[in-house]
Design a protein around this ligand. Structure first.
Ligand SMILES: Nc1ncnc2c1ncn2[C@@H]1O[C@H](COP(=O)(O)OP(=O)(O)O)[C@@H](O)[C@H]1O
Ligand SMILES: [Mg+2]
Length: 388
């Protein structure tokens, strides 16, 4: 394939999210794994402030230690919400950087929650991963649980607390939570719309509950309160759509504290030898544990595949489950529409084995297909009401 025939892919990452730096790690891994014979990559970094930048410097990990001071060395770009532009627009001279497909590699708000997907739809460009509604549904832990429960997927009960209510009357909010049927202490409190274990707490009494809610409301407008699973085992499974829907092997992340913290997910494993985190790929985990009950494995795979399907997800997702070891009950916990490290470490261990390069290639193929399907829909019924 000649250089000019390569598919031009914009990899977008960073963004206005608390998971900003995890996205940078995921994107750097991804851009190393993408096949350079087939794809020409344009890295697009969205700074924490929300400005978009491109330049080859973005391929160096060391660049990010000096942000935002060094951003002025890059070209500032944007994607106009206008069909037919053909790529990114440089803000300096309005020239176009041609792009064939967009690959959002964000974790969290504005990138994994339907916002940027909405912009891609407006611009009428092919993009990888889940669409607007699937991204939005899976980002909102409460909406996702309610929806999946409706489809027969077991979930832990959850109470949704709005920041505005709690701020008006925190005592009342705490009392209402505790008065709820089946809500005995300890409880588990988490932000409704965040990931990476940011703002989560296990609470043992009413005053801890008030403090835990205050912690969530630093980051999110809504908190979820769940019964705490004291004897917990977590099982994750990745699902992707490419010529059908496929599940990876499962993994059991191993935690030292009983709850997976941001530090455990991103700083512990990979940081030891190199001083650099490799994101989700560095977590201490057992992949495809041989001593795990095959029935649990089967259930996880079945529930993961069903959840991905009914939510209408696309690309590569990771679905996280909780086993209550005291009862043996299995619960869906959350769906990451674009998981850390794109879950490549699970796919290289799956049968059939899927290399990261293939995973990305398939995501892009699927994106092109979806865009072509969208383009085949008739949206123009002509002017009738206005002309009558
Ligand atoms: N109800 C619960 N009881 C006990 N531990 C929980 C519960 N919910 C979550 N956890 C622990 O907290 C971690 C983070 O919670 P999770 O819902 O996965 O949010 P995040 O999106 O931040 O990853 C989980 O990996 C698990 O270790
Ligand atoms: Mg999680």
């Amino acid at each position: 394939m000649t250089k000019s025939k390569r598919t031009r892919v914009a990899v977008l990452f960073g963004g206005r999210s608390v998971e900003h730096e995890i996205s940078v790690i995921t994107a750097l891994q991804l851009m190393q794994a993408i096949d350079p014979a087939v794809y020409e990559v344009t890295p697009v970094y969205i700074a924490p402030s929300g400005t978009w930048h491109t330049g080859t410097e973005l391929l160096n990990r060391s660049f990010y230690a000096k942000v935002p001071g060094n951003l002025s060395s890059l070209a500032e770009v944007t994607l106009l919400p206008k069909p037919g532009v053909g790529g990114l627009t440089k803000l300096s001279d309005h020239s176009i950087i041609p792009i064939d497909v967009f690959l959002p590699a964000f974790h969290g708000q504005y990138g994994e929650d339907g916002c940027i997907q909405g912009l891609f739809e407006m611009a009428d460009v092919p993009y990888t991963g889940s669409n607007v509604v699937s991204s939005a549904m899976t980002m909102n832990k409460y909406a996702c649980k309610v929806f999946l429960k409706e489809h027969g997927v077991p979930v832990l009960p959850a109470q949704l607390i709005a920041r505005s209510d709690a701020q008006r009357d925190i005592r009342g909010a705490v009392e209402r939570v505790l008065a709820h049927d089946g809500y005995s202490l300890p409880l588990f409190v988490k932000p409704c719309n965040l990931g990476s274990s940011i703002g989560i707490s296990k609470v043992k009494d009413a005053s801890e509950l008030a403090a835990a809610l205050a912690k969530v409301f630093r980051y999110d407008t809504h908190a979820l309160v769940e019964p705490c699973v004291n004897e917990i085992m977590e099982i994750n499974c990745s699902v992707r759509d490419h010529d059908g829907i496929h599940a990876s092997v499962v993994e059991v992340p191993v935690s030292q504290s009983g709850v997976l913290s941001y530090e455990e997910k991103y700083l512990r494993g990979g940081g030891k030898k190199t001083g650099q985190s490799a994101g989700m790929a560095s977590l201490t985990r057992v992949i495809d544990p041989q001593d795990l009950d095959p029935e649990i494995k089967r259930n996880v795979v079945e529930l993961a595949t069903r959840s991905f399907t009914v939510l209408g997800c696309s690309g590569v997702a990771r679905l996280d489950f909780i086993v209550d070891l005291a009862t043996g009950n299995l619960y869906f916990n959350e769906l990451n529409a674009f998981p850390g490290s794109c879950s490549f470490y699970l796919w290289v261990r799956s049968n059939p084995r899927v290399l990261y390069t293939t995973l990305i290639h398939n995501m892009i193929e699927t994106a092109m297909k979806h865009h072509a399907t969208g383009a085949s829909l008739d949206r123009n019924i002509g002017l009738k009401a206005l002309r009558s």
